[in-house]
Design a protein around this ligand. Structure first.
Ligand code: CMP
Length: 139
């Protein structure tokens, strides 16, 4: 059975462009309950750890640089079948390929500055949210 939690980050470029509140509103309009929320800034070490699975990819250093360029907004989201539902809701990784009306189509500028991160599995949702939220910060 699929879980009901997923993790998201509004990426630095979208925060810098002033889209954080609109993206959070769109997320709740989509039926996702915000269970935890935090604005913070990743250190280089934190971003490298968060994206460690991509450390061999050619875009890794550039991804880490973009994710540490400014503050992010991290959130733990709840909905039935949350991981898959959220991935569908935000659209394809590359905003150019994302369906009309999805968050990445609306607010993404490039494959790297694609507005939001979304967990790709229940296990990663647990691991990623644990980077940002303690059990006392979840509601
Ligand atoms: P995200 O969902 O945060 O997970 C990994 C990120 O790597 C992805 O979104 C993209 O922003 C970024 N990325 C940069 N280049 C690529 C690429 N060529 N393929 C996939 N992801 C990429």
């Amino acid at each position: 059975m699929n879980g009901n939690l997923t993790f998201t980050m509004v990426k630095p470029a979208a925060v810098a462009d002033g889209h954080a509140a609109a993206i959070l509103a769109k997320i709740t309009e989509g039926g996702f309950n915000i269970k935890a929320l935090k604005m913070t800034r990743l250190s280089k070490e934190q971003a490298e750890r968060f994206y460690a699975i991509h450390s061999d990819r050619p875009f890794f250093n550039s991804l880490v640089a973009s994710m540490t360029a400014g503050p992010i907004v991290a959130a733990l989201l709840e909905k039935e079948n949350a991981v898959e539902a959220f991935r569908n809701y935000i659209g394809a990784t590359n905003p150019a390929d994302a369906a009309e009306g999805t968050i990445r189509k609306l607010y993404g500028k490039s494959i790297e500055a694609n507005a939001v991160h979304g967990s790709d599995s229940d296990e990663n949702a647990r691991i990623e949210s644990a980077y940002f939220f303690s059990e006392f910060e979840r509601f």
